[in-house]
Design a protein around this ligand. Structure first.
Ligand code: NDP
Length: 320
């Protein structure tokens, strides 16, 4: 079968398609024929080595498809089931081996493309607004990169929960998209704290969702209300450098957390419960996933160059 392989870490060019042996399921595992694989910034970090992996490896952290084989002891799924999965490496391929207890059954109401386009970022947006900081009606919320894959989902969910969104975006076209997703105000990155003060009558935001990382850290810290929540959930511009905890006190006794999806879906029951609510939002139109790019496996490098080069909005998928 064909799979994208990373044999050395580096730029997008290290993503190459190879013919590899068809995978066999071990005990507790299933083999899935992949119909779509989501492209995520997380995959960029794996490719560059920021998030280390043993070489060589097949990247890709989410997908959807049909179970084609199961190993011994598998009871959660059967051959022929349509499924999706997240936080299991290896989805940039025609087939993937996934622990059966990580597979999420898909109903007819959710097509494979929607599942592969929505699961990783949708479950992340779910835990960020429901659990990391439960957004309440009337909360003012800062969403960085509001036209990106995560940003569009966060914006829609904060509005659904009754919050007000001030978003950031680097171009007028992206700002327009974020506004269409519900953002009340969208600004550039030049003076975010001043824009936030104006938006909040000087109070600062209750929570800031910052997946941009290094380049926005200072502005985000200066945008929080006293005892506000700084949710640093990504590093699109590079990882945040070390800093002194005393600064959290000086910024208004604010809370800082650096969460990752794996710890919010570690138990199967929690994974399925979050997925169920996410699918409900997709079905009833609360949440729309904008799939803006479909690439064959051979163009994985182009997909990575596009997302890293800030040329994308919404969600990209690979179709093997
Ligand atoms: P996006 O589609 O949001 O792409 C990243 C966006 O970040 C760009 O479009 C760009 O928007 C903005 N950006 C700002 N500065 C830079 C820069 N220097 N280089 C590149 N992009 C920049 O990606 P995703 O939705 O896949 O991911 C967004 C973030 O969420 C990532 O940091 C990712 O790691 C994180 N994430 C974290 C998870 C977790 O559980 N912790 C899970 C899933 C994602 P603009 O041009 O408008 O500034």
């Amino acid at each position: 079968m064909r799979a994208v392989r990373v044999e050395r870490v580096g730029g997008p060019e290290v993503l190459t398609v190879r013919d590899v042996e068809e995978p066999q399921p071990g005990p507790g595992e299933a083999v899935v024929d992949v119909s779509c694989s989501g492209v995520n910034f997380t995959d960029v970090y794996s490719r560059t080595g920021l998030y280390p992996n043993a070489l060589p490896f097949t990247p890709g952290s989410e997908g959807a498809g049909t179970v084609s084989a199961v190993g011994s002891g598998v009871t959660d799924v059967r051959v022929g089931d349509r499924v999706g999965w997240v936080m299991v490496p290896g989805s940039y391929a025609e087939q993937a081996v996934v622990p059966a207890d990580r597979l999420i059954p898909l109903s007819d109401a959710i097509d494979d493309e929607t599942a592969a386009g929505a699961l990783l970022q949708g479950l992340t947006a779910h835990y960020l607004v429901r659990t990391t900081y439960p957004v309440r009606s009337g909360d003012d919320v800062l969403v960085h990169a509001a036209a990106g894959g995560m940003g569009l989902l966060l914006t829609q969910l904060v509005k659904h929960l009754g919050g007000r969104v001030i978003g950031t975006a680097s171009t007028p076209e992206k700002a327009d998209l974020a506004r269409k997703a519900g953002a009340d105000v969208v600004v550039g990155y030049d003076d975010v704290p001043a824009a936030v003060r104006e938006f909040t009558d000087g109070r600062g935001v209750a929570v800031a969702y910052d997946g941009v990382g290094a380049s926005t850290f200072e502005a985000t810290l200066a945008s929080l209300r006293p005892r506000g929540y700084f949710v640093s959930y990504g590093n699109a511009s590079g990882p945040v450098p070390p800093f002194a905890p005393l600064r959290l006190s000086q910024a208004g006794s604010v809370f800082l957390t650096r969460p990752t999806l794996a710890h919010y879906v570690a138990e199967r029951a929690e994974l399925l419960q979050r997925a169920e609510e996410l699918f409900g939002w997709l079905r009833d139109g609360t949440l729309t996933v904008r799939i803006t790019g479909r690439y064959p496996l051979e163009d994985a490098a182009r997909a990575h160059a596009d997302i890293e080069g800030r040329r994308t909005t919404g969600k990209l998928i690979l179709v093997p």
